[in-house]
Design a protein around this ligand. Structure first.
Ligand SMILES: NC(=O)c1ccc[n+]([C@@H]2O[C@H](COP(=O)([O-])OP(=O)(O)OC[C@H]3O[C@@H](n4cnc5c(N)ncnc54)[C@H](OP(=O)(O)O)[C@@H]3O)[C@@H](O)[C@H]2O)c1
Length: 323
């Protein structure tokens, strides 16, 4: 495993583990996963040197935090544990109360990274950051983070906190490179971190899915990347991943992760539906792409033009109706 160079008192592994899948109905992995495999995934992650674990109060309405806390056991104290508050009522007393509830579910005295899950569109961050500062002062929160923030709002959050907002957790993968515009340069220049979520584009970049074999769960039914048209359009990108993968005796998913980690300010938090996937993902931290390979993947990614945004809506409805 490789670790970030930033000093936060604990090591942060460049490949972490995302746990939205733990106990949440929308991924549809069922009780056998939530009650067994998820635990095994966490224990194996620890053995492989993973220290970054990401969850949220929203995932399975607290179930993910509980499953993760139980699986970590005594190791809870040594890992870098990240959770999130969903800021529906972003006022300081509510923030403080929700942090305590998350810490209780996880079984910890301290949240290493407490992230605002989404920017609240109506309320600016002054109120929420007052709560975050109070939590830092009493030691319940180590670092403050945000998620799905623009650069401008990330910087405004720092001004409101009066200190560093360590990380911004955003979607970053070969099918969505928008963080390259301004988030990555900012993070690199100021010792901040971009936490890449959906680094495998929710499994698209594994090459496992195609027009004729689409995944069947609610998360991916709502994700336009899994529209039949887009799975077909992704063919060239998957082929480019396979080409690089062959040269490294690796898989397309591992190369997709190595591509994300090519940027020094990035850590990735892939989810895993099995211990095997977790092992494969952790091993990807060791893969170094050549400049030529990186460039070839950038170019294949540039050529991938999926139908997304409002244009995807009628396609999603048609796909839902099976037409
Ligand atoms: N802050 C936010 O708003 C936000 C949003 C989304 C996610 N997140 C966080 O980011 C984490 C990861 O994102 P994500 O779950 O959306 O997407 P992801 O990590 O890109 O995709 C995870 C899925 O890809 C497949 N997969 C994983 N490893 C694989 C491998 N080695 N080979 C083949 N397939 C593999 C698995 O699905 P199958 O086996 O079923 O194909 C797995 O459930 C989440 O768990 C969550 O913690 C945060």
């Amino acid at each position: 495993m490789r670790y970030l160079g930033i000093d936060v008192g604990k090591k942060i592994s460049r490949i972490g583990l995302g746990t939205w899948q733990f106990g949440s109905r929308e991924w549809g992995y069922g009780d056998a996963y939530a009650g067994g495999e998820a635990h095994a995934v966490v224990r194996r992650a620890l053995e492989l040197g993973v220290t970054l674990f990401d969850t949220a109060e929203l995932y399975g309405f607290g179930r993910s935090e509980r499953i993760l806390g139980q699986a970590l056991g005594e190791d809870r104290e040594t890992v870098f544990l990240a959770t999130k508050i969903f800021p529906i009522v972003p006022v300081a007393p509510v923030v403080e109360q929700r942090a305590v509830a998350s810490a209780n579910r996880l079984g910890v005295q301290r949240l290493d990274l407490y992230q605002v899950h989404q920017p609240n569109p109506l309320v600016r961050d002054g109120t929420i950051m007052r709560g975050m500062l109070a939590l830092q002062r009493v030691g319940l929160v180590g670092e403050v983070g945000v998620s799905n923030y623009s650069l401008q709002r990330w910087q405004a959050a720092e001004a409101a906190l009066g200190g560093r907002v360590l990380s911004n957790q955003v979607r970053y993968n070969l099918a969505d490179r928008s963080p390259e515009r301004d988030l990555l340069p900012f993070a690199q220049a100021h010792d901040r971190v971009v936490i890449a979520y959906s680094p495998l584009a929710q499994g698209l970049l594994s090459g496992r899915y195609s027009r004729d074999s689409r995944p069947g769960n609610r998360v991916r039914a709502a994700n336009p990347l899994f529209l039949p048209e887009n799975l077909e359009r992704a063919g060239e990108l998957i082929a480019a991943l396979r080409g690089v993968a062959d040269a490294h005796a690796a898989t397309p998913a591992q190369i997709a992760l190595a591509w994300v980690l090519h940027h020094p300010a990035v850590v990735a938090i892939p989810g895993a539906s099995s211990v095997g996937q977790l092992e494969s993902n952790a091993a990807a931290a060791e893969i170094d792409l050549t400049d030529g390979e990186y460039q070839a993947l950038q170019e294949a990614s540039d050529r991938f033009r999926p139908i997304v945004g409002p244009a995807a809506l009628p396609h999603l409805i048609r796909a839902r109706l099976g037409r």
